[in-house]
Design a protein around this ligand. Structure first.
Ligand SMILES: Cc1cc2nc3c(=O)[nH]c(=O)nc-3n(C[C@H](O)[C@H](O)[C@H](O)COP(=O)(O)OP(=O)(O)OC[C@H]3O[C@@H](n4cnc5c(N)ncnc54)[C@H](O)[C@@H]3O)c2cc1C
Length: 599
């Protein structure tokens, strides 16, 4: 495709729409525009589509950058995936386990399986530590270590949470703030906890148990998007890195990019950017205030590399991936691509595994030469007893910088500063995972792209509202209405009882009952006035069926009624508070149970 033809990408001959990045977000934006007869221009700095969700192909072996499950609660996105790939989209029954001390543990964790695998002594110790955690209230919840130990017990935390989390983040768990876990699990409000624990458990389980996957990996999906965009007249320029964005009077006016080392400029009336937000700020350096540049520099990322090994063995293990908790190896997760789709491996006698290492750009692992990384991965595969070193016939390394936006202490403030600055540029929208410094999966990344495209067409969507908790589409209106209703019911059922009001009411009603009964018997008269009621004098000193007695009875019954009602309300509030506490804990634990899937 000729760079000189770029001007052809003008919308109705008037407006040029430039999209930065051909990952899921950028491609979805471009596809949406093309579907409306508009031809955008996409610049992609790499030589392929898919971004972090791309599929690499070496010698007929397909590798993801970490296995990518296609699963979404958004019907619109599910339909779009189906439309793009149809029968090339496989339904995969998920199997993934934790590998620890030479044993496989089901993941998400299943208590019976975990206890059997751990053996009787360790199981008893874990159960005791768990029970101790359940009996502790008001424990400090500042760090991830405390947060998990308080819910699962410190022994289970050390066995199943510590090592893997530390491998992913590269820092000790007692330096990871608890907020991070809380953010990852949601369900901290009573209603969210109850719906998580009671109402939506079934749906959540289904989502965890199976997913869809393209026959030849996610790259197949993005190639299909590429084809649709190009067929519709959109352009995708590869090896084209956007370096600078020009602006005048609060509007973007053009984009400068480099293609094969040559600089180019192109005018732009709208820019949709999925490049990492810190780099976007740098691309706007001519108008960026220093505090915004500082905020962008304050954002941090965790990177990731995958060593793909071709192994001469038909079957290695039956999982799609395993989490490696064993502390004696550096590898964090191992993908077995053949189990995602048999078509990922060209020779049925062979297997291919992706050994995933979490790292920081520039650290020891990141800069290690490829041959050394392949040797390390091969030796670790052997050390774990999953294959023999001599069975490994080939290896490739793929490095992915900025794989994980880091939610550290300062990220929220930094992001807010950047967002405020970008909000001032009317015709620039930032989308996607790194584009928004959000933990977006493919579906939410795509949705931000779709909304950005629709905004250009005149609709009004706040792309920042798209995230895991916010189901933003039409299809979710009904569900949201039902949730609102259940919120109302739950809030009414579980609200606190006003002890004083309840006690006064019960005291007054019981007092008045005896008072009126006494007066009624006096009015009724007779030889012996109120022989039965007068027996109350045994309990109420000074009581008789007289007007004075009616007041005495009122005082006594009011007092006792008040006291019992107050105690009742107190105990009821205590029990409800305990129930809420337990339910929230359960919901948190349920969510924490598949935490690693969301790392
Ligand atoms: C290890 C791992 C596993 C994951 N697993 C899953 C999963 O199972 N399921 C799931 O749904 N999601 C998963 N994700 C998340 C998923 O990868 C992302 O949500 C998705 O790729 C984000 O899409 P995007 O378009 O926003 O960004 P990206 O995929 O990062 O794409 C951005 C594109 O912009 C290009 N670009 C950047 N800067 C420039 C520039 N200056 N000029 C031109 N082009 C530029 C990049 O080269 C890239 O192609 C996983 C992520 C990781 C790291």
């Amino acid at each position: 495709m000729e760079v000189e033809n770029l001007a052809n990408g003008k919308y109705e001959g008037k407006e040029a729409i430039v999209i930065i990045g051909a990952g899921p977000a950028g491609l979805s934006a471009a596809y949406d525009l093309v579907s409306c007869g508009i031809q955008p221009i996409v610049f992609e700095k790499s030589s392929t589509v898919g971004g972090i969700s791309r599929t690499e192909n070496r010698d007929g072996y397909y590798f993801d950058i970490g296995g990518h499950r296609f699963l979404s609660k958004i019907d619109y996105i599910n339909r779009l995936w189906q439309k793009m790939l149809g029968e090339n989209l496989l339904n995969v029954r998920r199997l993934s386990r934790i590998y620890y001390k030479g044993r496989f543990f089901n993941y998400p964790l299943v208590p019976s399986n975990a206890l059997i695998n751990l053996g009787p002594i360790e199981s008893v110790l874990i159960v005791l530590s768990y029970l101790r955690a359940q009996l502790q209230f008001n424990t400090e919840d500042t760090t991830f270590e405390q947060w998990v130990s308080n819910r699962f017990g410190s022994r289970l935390y050390k066995t199943f949470f510590k090592t893997y989390t530390e491998k992913v983040w590269g820092i000790p768990c007692n330096q990871i703030r608890a907020d991070w876990a809380a953010q990852r699990i949601k369900g901290l409000s009573l209603v969210a906890a109850l719906s998580n624990a009671i109402l939506r458990t079934q749906k959540a389980r289904t989502l965890v148990d199976q997913f869809v996957y393209p026959l030849q990996g996610p790259g197949m999906m993005w190639r299909s998007f590429q084809q649709a965009i190009e067929t519709g007249g959109g352009q995708i320029h590869f090896d084209s890195e956007v370096l600078e964005i020009g602006s005048e009077n609060g509007r973007v006016v053009g984009v400068s990019f480099s293609k094969n080392g040559q600089p180019y400029d192109i005018p732009a009336d709208h820019v949709i950017s999925s490049m990492p937000i810190n780099r976007l700020v740098r691309a706007l350096h001519r108008i960026t205030p220093s505090e915004v540049t500082d905020a962008a520099d304050g954002l941090s990322y965790r990177s990731f590399l995958i060593v793909n090994l071709i192994v001469r063995r038909k079957e290695l293990f039956k999982d799609q991936w395993i989490y490696v908790h064993s502390p004696e190896v550096l590898v964090g997760r191992i993908q077995n691509f053949k189990n995602w789709s048999a078509a990922m491996v060209p020779d049925p006698e062979m297997s291919s595994v992706g050994m995933e290492y979490f790292c920081n750009e520039g650290d020891e692992i990141w800069i290690m030469p490829d041959e050394q990384l392949i040797a390390l991965a091969t030796s670790e595969l052997e050390k774990l007893g999953l294959a023999q070193g001599r069975e490994v016939v080939n290896g490739f390394v793929v490095r992915q910088s900025q794989a994980y936006p880091v939610y550290d202490e300062g990220y929220k403030d930094n992001l807010q500063t950047i967002k405020h600055f970008l909000d001032g540029i009317q015709n620039l929208q930032t989308i996607g995972r790194n584009g928004m410094h959000r933990y977006n999966n493919m579906d939410h990344s795509m949705l931000t792209g779709i909304f950005a495209a629709k905004n250009i067409l005149g609709e009004q969507h706040d792309v920042w509202n798209v995230n895991e908790d916010e189901e933003y589409l039409e299809e979710y209106r009904e569900e949201r209405a039902a949730a609102a209703l259940s919120t109302e019911i739950l809030e009414t059922a579980f609200c606190r009882m006003d002890k004083l009001a309840f006690a006064v009411a019960v005291g007054a009603v019981s007092g008045l009952t005896v008072f009126i009964a006494t007066l009624w018997l006096i009015i009724k008269g007779g030889e012996v006035v109120g022989p039965h009621l007068s027996l109350l004098s045994q309990y109420f000193a000074g009581y008789s069926v007289t007007v004075k007695g009616a007041f005495i009875a009122f005082s006594y019954t009011f007092f006792w009624g008040f006291l019992f009602a107050w105690l009742f309300a107190y105990l009821r509030n205590l029990l409800v508070a305990y129930y809420i506490y337990r339910t929230k804990r359960k919901a948190e634990m349920f969510s924490l149970n598949d935490l690693f899937d969301r790392l």
